[in-house]
Ligand binder design. Structure first.
Ligand SMILES: Cc1ncc(COP(=O)(O)O)c(C=O)c1O
Length: 457
């Protein structure tokens, strides 16, 4: 008999709490700093964020209850399936067992609605009418547009220009849910005009789009800002992924030796990996590996330093791995991974050796994604292909050593709106782009100076 392929939980298993990894980290996270170099206070964040989200951002409680209104919406796609990749295993001829947690079943097509719904809810109950945000791949913008429509909030999305051009139907999807979508940089904000003055052909970046969205929220009382990754509360919301996965693996009596996830700002990494962290601290042998692009190698080659989360310097300073807030990454097709920084929590855990990041080049990721699609059927998002590339390498290593390891990864989204990228790959039009050492050194000079904190690699 064919062993189980989809390991499913019924809706009664939708998690009731989010898991806050800060409660179990060996060292407390470094505080965010304001322009004066002093730790910021909650009231400095509430001018653009809902108070409940600010409280979550700073919370040290291990478990935070998920409001019923949010869980009600989670019922639309959660619990998401965990797949055993029998066909991929056979195609590779590996003794490894490969599992993937598929987040592409959400209405927007990725893990992003897990946080978007929560963020829209807390803004709604705070009396906010409009939300501004940025989007790279279009996945986060779609997720927030969906969540905004469910809670009756207006949504304006600053979409990185290169993605806006590559993915016109992501824009249509957001508009279908009632959002307004602008190609960033725009001329509507000071931040956008500044980027265009520097380079009229600027392809945009997540950093610039964040500046535009933050600037808008800061200038309007009825509008708050929302972010799809990086911040503690976003990673917190995503921990339902790992909680469900643990239960699903228990059902089949398995436990991962290694977990891979694509990493842009760290939200699906936090989502799948944080719920396994306490086990690792208790001595369990488990490797947790965020995977990023070689052209935007934040965790693997960036500086560990205080830096801004946006290009212009409107956000608080965060201690994280960074390529410099003014870095505009090459226009690779994994738009969601084109970010100069990373979550402070993921960065600190990498710095402390608890997570071990790796980087993979673009062409190899598409080759891996196509091999996966042929074996498993699902066409993955280009971001997810980064994890798949790492999984395939690990599974092939197992083939050489004969080890039957258990490999788990997040298939963070489907690639149905990314077919232009696949098309280009299939037509031989994509290239690999490296991140030059000179740029790394140049970035160092533009990092904000923070007294008493050494910038180190
Ligand atoms: C499908 C998909 N996977 C991964 C990512 C990376 O984001 P994060 O690192 O926050 O999970 C994105 C970002 O847009 C995405 O759309």
């Amino acid at each position: 008999m064919m062993p189980t392929t989809k390991i499913l939980l019924d809706e009664s298993h939708i998690p009731t709490h989010w898991y806050n990894v800060i409660a179990d980290m060996p060292n407390p996270p470094a505080p965010y700093l304001g322009p004066d170099g002093k730790p910021i206070t909650p009231d400095m964040m509430t001018n653009i964020f809902a108070p409940d989200l600010v409280a979550q951002e700073m919370s040290t409680e291990r478990w935070i209850p998920i409001p019923q209104e949010v869980r009600d919406i989670y019922h639309l796609w959660r619990p998401s399936p965990l797949y055993r990749a029998h066909r991929l295993e056979a195609a590779l001829g590996t003794p490894a067992k490969i599992y993937y947690k598929y987040e592409g079943v959400s209405p927007a097509g990725s893990h992003k609605p897990n946080s978007a719904v929560a963020q829209a809810y807390y803004n709604k109950i705070a009396g906010i009418k409009r939300l501004s945000t940025e989007t790279g791949a279009g996945q986060w913008g779609s997720a927030l547009s969906l969540a905004g429509s469910m809670f009756g909030l207006e949504v304006r999305v600053y979409m990185v220009k290169v993605s806006y051009q590559q993915k016109p139907f992501r824009r249509s999807m957001m508009e279908t849910w009632g959002a307004e979508v602008l190609a960033s940089p725009t001329t509507l904000t000071q931040s956008g005009r500044q980027a265009l003055a520097k380079d009229p052909e600027c392809p945009g970046s997540l950093g610039i789009a964040i500046s535009e969205a933050v600037e808008e929220a800061a200038s309007r009382k009825d509008t708050n800002y929302t972010l799809g990754s990086v911040l503690n509360h976003v990673l917190l919301h995503q921990t339902i992924i790992g909680q469900e996965t643990r239960k699903q693996l228990e059902l089949v009596g398995d436990y991962p030796d290694v977990v891979f996830a694509p990493c842009g700002g760290g939200s699906n990494v936090g989502g799948i990996m944080f719920p396994f962290l306490a086990d690792k601290a208790a001595g369990k042998q488990i490797r947790l590996v965020p995977v990023e692009p070689t052209s935007c190698p934040t965790l693997t080659r960036g500086h560990y330093a205080y830096d801004y989360g946006d290009s212009v310097g409107l956000t608080p300073l965060m201690l994280m791995y960074t390529l410099g807030h003014d870095f505009v990454p090459p226009s690779i097709h994994a738009g969601g991974l084109r970010y100069h920084g990373d979550s402070a929590l993921v960065s600190q855990l990498c710095k402390e050796g608890i997570l071990e990041a790796m980087a993979v080049p673009q062409l190899a990721t598409f080759k891996a994604g196509i091999l996966f699609a042929k074996a498993e059927g699902i066409v993955p998002a280009p971001e997810s292909n980064h994890a798949i590339q790492a999984v395939i390498d690990e599974a092939l290593l197992c083939k050489t050593t004969g080890e039957p390891k258990t490999i788990l990864f997040t298939l963070s989204g489907h690639g149905h709106f990314d077919m232009v990228a696949y098309d280009k790959y299939l037509n031989g039009e994509l290239t690999d782009q490296d991140y030059p050492e000179a740029d790394l050194q140049a970035a160092l000079h533009n990092l904000p100076k923070v007294e008493g904190v050494a910038t180190r690699n």
